[in-house]
Design a protein around this ligand. Sequence first.
Ligand SMILES: NC(=O)c1ccc[n+]([C@@H]2O[C@H](COP(=O)([O-])OP(=O)(O)OC[C@H]3O[C@@H](n4cnc5c(N)ncnc54)[C@H](OP(=O)(O)O)[C@@H]3O)[C@@H](O)[C@H]2O)c1
Length: 346
Amino acid sequence: MKYNKLGNTDLEVSVICLGTMTYGEQNSEADAHEQLNYAVEQGVNFIDTAELYAVPAKAENNGLTEKYIGTWLKDRKDRDKLIVATKIAGPSPNLKFIRDPLNFSKKQIEIAIEGSLKRLQTDYVDLYQLHWPERNTNFFGKRGYFHLDANKWEDNVLEVLESIQTIVKSGKVRHFGLSNETAWGLMHFLKLSDQHKLPRCVSVQNPYNLLNRTYEIGMAEPSIREQAGLLAYSPLAFGMLSGKYHRGPKPEKGRLTLYPYFGRDNGENSNKATQAYLDIADKYELSLAQMSLAFINRQPFVTSNIIGATTIDQLKENINSINLDLSEEILKEIEEVHNQIPNPAP
Ligand SMILES: NC(=O)c1ccc[n+]([C@@H]2O[C@H](COP(=O)([O-])OP(=O)(O)OC[C@H]3O[C@@H](n4cnc5c(N)ncnc54)[C@H](OP(=O)(O)O)[C@@H]3O)[C@@H](O)[C@H]2O)c1
């Protein structure tokens, strides 16, 4: 395994982070424990979860992911060696079963972190992330920015940072990060943290994969300069970039078969681009999944690559991407496809 510093902290996190959002839906508690054990044996020390999970989010499975991690975590003697990240959900009219109101008020932040700690059976989380912004902006697949809410969002970022400071001081949280954020959001949080000597955002968890490299446009530079590196999520574009939807019949159990409405990644251009990446992988006798993950692992603005898997074989393949170095020739061919079909699945 390889490791990177998490922002300006003294924590070294594995370049491969274990994503967990299938635990409680596609994966059972036993699967979850098997995955966690295997990943840790391979040197993964970084685990990402959220109060929202399992996914797709519904009342029946809500909180199960953290619970399954908790039943694993409680018996471990190496809690201090593990970097556990979770998230507080942002506003959404359809998720009121998580908490109501879903916002980042001081009270809701305190309720949310207590709930996560209880389910995770731990006294603290290493990284607490705001899952998505409270304000209306372009995330979750929105390509453009439409300024609709000039009068609806009151800038509460200073108050949010003060609430985070409270939970940091209480020892419940070590560091905080953003997720699904824009360049303005990141810089605004950083500015207020610096001005008021409040906790500083150490990471940004946004989507990043061969079908969605939008992070490179406005976010990569601040990530590096401000020491708030990317925790790349959906690195295989929900499984598309394994190539399995492009070889033979559609896999019955694949996420995009089971939940077709998760389709931000399966439009016509995504299919064309995926086929082109698959051709490169085939030409060099690589697994497309590993080629796609290795591309992410090597980026200088990436702190960690949050992989997801529903089987141990997938997990093995994905973790092993850490051992794959892509040649200049392969990188050039990847770049050619990207230039022809840039960001088909934002
Ligand atoms: N902050 C956020 O808003 C946000 C959003 C999404 C995810 N995340 C985090 O990022 C983690 C990873 O995201 P993701 O699950 O969307 O990642 P992903 O890599 O895009 O998709 C993972 C899925 O692809 C399939 N797959 C993975 N490896 C494969 C392989 N080698 N061969 C064939 N199929 C393979 C599996 O699904 P099937 O077997 O069902 O096909 C697996 O569950 C999540 O667990 C979560 O921690 C965060």
